[in-house]
Design a protein around this ligand. Structure first.
Ligand code: GLA
Length: 729
């Protein structure tokens, strides 16, 4: 049991193995947020004493008590227009044009199991999970809000989502409905968010909070390369292994907003939800709106613990299907080997080389369909271009299978090229505003995914392709940001619903296809990591992490990604040198080590490698097969900060501590350089560890406090790899 309620004092406590979350409905029915942090076992509301703060007005019900103000108290779900001037979680315009909301406690219930959300991805739990629902009501308008808390006790995970219900008589318009509102009345905090750009995603930035509002968000219709829908608040002394931190990620792939306000009393409020910009939702009488889900965790053992909690819940309770915990196929993708310039002979030649070295799957990337010899045409025409693939897909797949490999294929379902049969037949299916010329991105337009006929068309053509040959994998790409929001099917007052309706349509199509083809592995992609989020991971257990395959840059991208997302979610490939994104030359061993911290593969013409390099590739594949389970199932530790240090290093530790793999690279070698000692993490202090290939036996304590001495480096981007096994003597 994880939900405890004191009916008399109306105190709601959620207790997980190590954390506690408290709320209280006070004498006025206001639901206060009391505590989120370490398990404490006491009602923490004794800490909430407020003075009469100037210009912080008082609700009518408080009479002459000038110390009771919605503008100072920590609140569980803040609203606008009634005296709380901090960030609001919910904003509604009523039929009379007013905007005020005054939510008061109405009822609560506790249910076994984890709630789900209609049409949206969400954490799922087993029978041990619990759901707490607290209903609040604005009596003047009849707007009700059901706050839902899903609890995974063992994982120290709490999920949040809200249902906004219109029990009034007229339509109300939702302008904003956050999934998470978290007030933290105590402590000084810093925040870590993840910014970037195409080919440089999820760069962590850590900064003290400034007074006022800081925001990380996307208005692109995707979660974006530029900001990620995840955030960490941490104490200034928080390190990888110590200190307090609270993390949140959003299970959603569209526009989002994460805001943090540091207020006049040095209190912190965090909200996360659908981005209110370019969003409105008409809620007719009797209707309800369910927000997507936000997931939170707390650690007082530093950032590693926070990451481990998130990695586990994503792998075990968000990813689904056959591949969620299974070994992933090692694949070879032809994109960087051929771009659009291929035919079936070239593809088979790549497959032959790859199969001889032990690769499991060939993935045919962009260019196999319609009129698609470049990126200006063909999107939407999902039928095989037999000028390129002579004999059709069935024959090619059989030839690949004859080499002992499986076959995967690329789609970019949400897109339409103006130069396509599809556009000529259905120009109204493209998102564009009548009377305006739409923005084009990579020359292409978007399909209106909110339309059922569009979803059905895509479902039909994708099913046809998947049934026409033995296809084991789909790469689901999305190569532009969305603009010109307008749906030919929606009335004017509902146009603001399109960004969210687009997501509902996309998720519905993904749900249909993943259920229809449960044996197919889906990999997400959006120009690399432009839609790297927990929403997509619900359908695709791995996502192409970045279009940047340069090993040096990748260590930084994967470092940032690792704060929230598990290694198994990270699609990562060895590519050629000089690298196509940066021109950098790195050793093939280093490229493989970097790609192994992910769902591993290759993306180059193996036929261009020397015999020695081919032998290296063969060894790398064997190595990934040997360590793959440790890499994906083990605990991941960041051992250096590649954004600051001259070394990128990380560790995979078996859950039972029996085995450790340390990998990474030293960026630059200097003459007469002292050898690096790298402090390991997560070992049993008393246990003895033997280093593979030597007779050296070292205690866990020595490895964690003193560190392990790395071999001297040579040249730039020198690989690091050490395997340790626990031994009895
Ligand atoms: C995107 C992807 C690449 C590749 C190309 C094909 O950029 O991220 O991996 O599939 O599209 O056009």
């Amino acid at each position: 049991m994880s939900v405890y309620i004191d009916e008399k004092s109306r105190l709601f406590c959620i207790r997980t193995n190590n954390t506690e979350y408290q709320m209280k409905a006070d004498e006025y029915g206001v639901l206060k947020h009391i505590w989120y942090g370490k398990k404490v076992g006491s009602d923490m509301s004794y800490l909430l004493e407020y003075p009469d703060v100037g210009f912080s007005g008082n609700p009518y019900c408080a009479g002459d008590d000038r110390t009771y103000s919605l503008n100072t108290l920590p609140l569980e779900y803040s609203c606008e227009g009634t005296g709380d001037y901090r960030i609001s979680a919910l904003s509604v315009t009523h039929s009379d044009g007013s905007n005020a909301l005054d939510l008061r406690y109405k009822s609560h219930s506790v249910k076994k199991g984890k709630y789900s959300i209609k049409g949206l991805p969400a954490v799922y739990g087993d029978s041990e999970a619990e759901t707490l629902e607290i209903t609040l009501c604005d009596t003047a308008s009849g707007i009700e809000v059901v706050l839902r808390y899903g609890v995974l006790e063992k994982l120290d995970i709490i999920t949040r989502s809200a249902v906004i219900r219109n029990n009034g008589e007229k339509t109300a318009v939702i302008n904003k409905a956050a999934s998470l509102c978290l007030d933290i009345p105590f402590g000084d905090w810093e925040w870590i968010h993840f910014h970037g750009r195409h080919t440089m995603e999820r760069v962590p930035e850590r900064a003290p909070l400034f007074y006022g509002i800081q925001e990380s968000s996307s208005t692109r219709g995707t979660s974006s390369h530029q900001q990620n829908p995840s955030v960490i608040l941490c104490s200034p002394d928080c390190t990888e292994q110590s200190g307090e931190c609270i993390g949140a990620f959003f299970v959603y792939s569209g526009s989002f907003s994460t805001k943090i306000e540091y207020d006049q009393l040095r209190q912190t409020r965090l909200t996360m939800g659908i981005n209110p910009e370019l969003f409105t939702w008409n809620l007719s009488a009797g209707e309800e709106f369910e927000t997507p889900e936000a997931v939170i965790t707390y650690s007082d053992n530093g950032l590693s613990q926070l990451s481990h909690n998130f990695h586990r819940v994503i792998r075990e309770n968000i990813c689904r299907g056959k591949y969620k915990l299974a070994e992933r196929p090692i694949l070879i993708n032809n994109w960087e080997a051929t771009y659009f310039d291929f035919d079936e002979e070239k593809i088979l030649a790549i497959a032959k080389e790859a199969s001889a070295l032990g690769v499991d799957m060939l993935v045919l990337d962009d260019g196999w369909f319609g009129k698609r010899d470049g990126d200006t045409s063909g999107l939407g025409d999902w039928f095989v271009n037999e000028n390129k693939i002579k004999g059709g897909l069935g024959k090619l797949v059989e030839n690949v299978k004859a080499l002992g490999m499986r076959f995967g294929i690329w789609f970019e379902p949400e897109m339409i090229s103006e130069d396509s049969y599809l556009y000529r037949a259905h120009p109204d299916w493209a998102i564009q505003i009548p009377g305006r010329q739409p923005m084009r991105g990579r020359y292409q337009l978007l399909l209106d995914m909110s339309r059922k006929d569009v979803q059905d068309y895509l479902y039909g053509v994708m099913c046809d392709i998947l049934r026409s040959a033995d296809i084991s994998y789909i790469k689901w790409d999305m190569n532009r940001s969305i603009s010109d929001w307008y749906s030919a099917e929606l009335p004017p007052e509902r146009q603001g619903e399109l960004p969210h309706r687009y997501m509902l349509g996309l998720y519905s199509l993904l749900e249909r296809l993943t259920s229809e083809f449960p044996d197919v592995l889906f990999e997400g992609c959006s120009g690399g990591g432009g839609r790297f989020d927990a929403g997509m991971l619900y359908y695709c257990p791995q996502i192409w992490c970045s279009d940047d395959t340069d090993a040096f840059e990748r260590t930084k991208i994967q470092y940032g990604t690792s704060y929230i997302y598990p290694v198994s979610a990270v699609g990562s490939h060895v590519s050629t040198v000089p690298n196509h994104q940066t021109g950098r030359i790195t050793p093939i061993e280093t490229r493989a080590i970097t790609a192994m911290a992910g769902s591993f593969g290759y993306e180059l013409d193996l036929g261009t490698l020397s015999d020695d390099e081919k032998a290296d590739v063969e060894k790398q594949i064997k190595k990934f097969k040997k360590y793959g389970s440790l890499i994906h199932n083990g605990k991941y530790y960041r051992l250096s900060d590649p954004l600051k240090d001259n070394i990128a290093a990380w560790e995979f530790a078996a859950e039972d501590g029996s085995e450790i793999l340390v990998q990474g690279m030293i960026f630059r070698t200097e003459p007469n350089m002292k050898r690096y000692s790298l402090k390991l993490a997560g070992l049993e202090p008393q246990a003895l560890y033997k280093m593979a290939g030597t007779d050296e036996i070292i205690t866990g304590s020595a490895l964690m406090k003193g560190g392990i001495l790395l071999p001297a480096s040579w040249g730039d981007y020198s690989p690091v790899e050490i395997h340790l096994v626990r031994t009895e003597n």
